[in-house]
Design a protein around this ligand. Structure first.
Ligand code: FBP
Length: 252
């Protein structure tokens, strides 16, 4: 089994997502967060166990200084939000080999479970798992239910199904939506078996709500969190990072 130790601490992880420039565009950013160096500093000073970039940002900003202190996760596929299709597909933009050369300690790939293009994404992910594991790199599956076949992407049963697909296809970690409470997180964790679970952040939420979600995720057995906007869209990201660290590493 592939080891997740390169992107975790004591088996738990706090990952900082910063691929939103591709997925949503600069409207997610302000004058500070538009700069990848600002995010890298949050990653290091906030004690994150990994930073998630698309390959272009990784190539231009993941300088040596960061390579020592903050593990890189390269997101291999991506899409914009300009094409308003009901059936999303996220094409492969980077190979495992390129990610490895950029210094990645893990790779990520989004599957829109339920989309009419699901089969293409599952096929691509299957190949990525093979290549990444041959290179001893863990794979994180962004398992996001989407498309007109999915009535409610936040239905805990659909989230558990998405997590299970991650186990079936061989990813080492699934990044899934928060299913709503501790018991539902437990069910998702159970469905994903030996594949670990990290919970996604979503749009900037009220701090209390966000921290409750984080606590429930950990209490339910998730291995950690993979969040972006709820950290770097706040005026002081290091304060929320401190609170998240306490939750993830045991001070509930
Ligand atoms: P956030 O914590 O900011 O939601 O980031 C998590 C993430 O999965 C990112 O990696 C990705 O860019 C974004 O959400 C995609 O969001 P959506 O699919 O809802 O547009």
């Amino acid at each position: 089994m592939i080891n997740l130790s390169a992107i975790s601490k004591n088996d738990k992880m706090l990952l900082l997502a910063y691929d939103q420039g591709m997925e949503h565009g600069p409207t997610d950013f302000n004058d500070e967060s538009i700069d990848p160096y600002y995010i890298l500093e949050i990653g290091i000073r906030g004690g994150f166990t990994g930073i998630i970039f698309q390959k272009g940002v990784a190539e231009k900003y993941y300088d040596q200084k960061y390579q020592q202190a903050l593990p890189l996760i390269v997101k291999l596929n991506g899409k914009t939000n300009l094409v308003k299709t009901e059936e999303p597909y996220s094409p492969l933009l980077c190979t495992v080999d390129e990610a490895k050369k950029l210094g990645a300690k893990a790779v990520g790939y989004t599957v829109y479970i339920g989309s009419e293009h699901e089969e293409t994404m599952l096929e691509e992910l299957g190949k990525i798992v093979y290549e990444a594991h041959n290179n001893n790199l863990p794979v994180i599956g962004w398992m996001y239910p989407r498309g007109k076949n999915v009535k409610n992407p936040h239905d805990p049963k659909i989230i558990a199904y998405s997590a299970r697909i991650g186990l079936e296809i061989g990813v080492d970690l699934v990044k899934v939506f928060y299913p709503g409470n501790v018991q539902k997180v437990r069910e998702v964790v159970k469905a994903s078996g030996k594949t670990g679970v990290v919970i996604s952040g979503g749009k900037l939420a009220n701090e209390e709500e966000f921290l409750t979600m984080a606590k429930n995720a950990i209490l339910g057995g998730a291995r950690g969190l993979a969040v972006g906007r709820n950290v770097w869209q706040r005026p002081d990201p290091l304060i929320i990072a401190e609170k998240l660290k306490k939750i993830v590493w045991g001070d509930l």
